[in-house]
Design a protein around this ligand. Structure first.
Ligand SMILES: [Zn+2]
Length: 271
């Protein structure tokens, strides 16, 4: 049997972009082994033939009930799969799932019965929120950006407002492209439902969420935008680190200079 991507150019294009991002994550050193995971809402590409496809897995539980996801389809990275492999072949590194009518469970429909990422409940809870608020956002991305994770090892930077101000002050583009900043979620066991509620709360306010001593979660209209949000903030963290390596603490732009950018470019301060 062929791939679900055959003769579906729009779906293939969307997943090619996911694969491109997966390659960047590996190149940046943010995706060691099977590190990181992602989901993409692909419901807009679903045709009658896809809707009629039988499940190729048993029914799997999300762990939470997500009413907005009724009838939705997602591409999800597979658990244990490597981003660098997904970069070559997205359907070998993930699968397409259909949310069932109870909005609390799902089944895999293609190409192989690759069980989705263990962080699926956080990802789908965010997808549910993005539909609820009519954002048009389709992508969620969890990765391990080195400098941001390193900063989350300092008590000083576990304060969302402070961390955001420091990052914004590194270069003007940080504020321009991440005007909502970064929110911090205290450490919790990876893959645990404990992470779901605080992550959701923070992503409502901030562009990117930083899980203490672990990684980031970003959202976007597509996977490339979710990647860019993470990249912009991590670049600022990298500049902060580079100054430290030179032996000094980066001075940062003044609060007045940062505020002027917000005013002149009329940047939003909420979603
Ligand atoms: Zn992780």
């Amino acid at each position: 049997m062929g791939s679900i991507l055959n003769n579906r150019p729009e779906l293939k294009k969307a997943l090619d972009s996911v694969a491109e991002v997966a390659g960047y994550l590996w190149q940046k050193g943010w995706a060691e082994r099977n590190g990181g995971n992602l989901t993409l809402n692909i419901t807009e590409y679903v045709d009658d033939e896809m809707r009629a496809m039988p499940a190729i897995s048993k029914v799997l539980q999300i762990g939470v009930t997500l009413p907005q996801l009724k009838g939705c389809y997602f591409y999800c990275k597979g658990t244990g799969k490597r981003m660098r492999d997904l970069a070559r072949d997205p359907m070998a590194g993930g699968s397409i799932v259909r949310i069932l009518d109870d909005c609390a469970s799902y089944e895999i429909i293609a190409d192989e019965a690759i069980v989705p990422t263990s962080e699926i409940s956080s990802h789908l809870a965010i997808q549910n929120y993005m539909l609820e608020c009519g954002s048009g956002y389709k992508a969620t991305l969890h990765t391990h950006p080195i400098e941001l994770v390193a900063m989350s090892h300092s008590q000083e930077f576990l304060d969302s407002e402070h961390l955001t101000q420091v990052l914004w002050s590194m270069i003007p583009e940080t504020l321009a492209f991440a005007p909502l900043g970064i929110g911090v979620v205290p450490y919790a066991l990876p893959s645990s439902t404990e992470l779901v509620a605080p992550t959701l709360e923070q992503i409502k306010r901030y562009d990117v969420v930083l899980w203490e001593k672990h990684g980031t979660v970003a959202v976007g209209p597509d996977m490339m935008e979710a990647f860019d949000q993470t990249d912009v903030l991590n670049k600022a963290a990298n500049i902060y680190m580079t100054a430290k390596n030179f032996g000094f603490t980066a001075e940062g732009m003044t609060p007045e200079a940062v505020q002027k950018i917000r005013t002149v470019f009329n940047l939003p301060d909420h979603r």
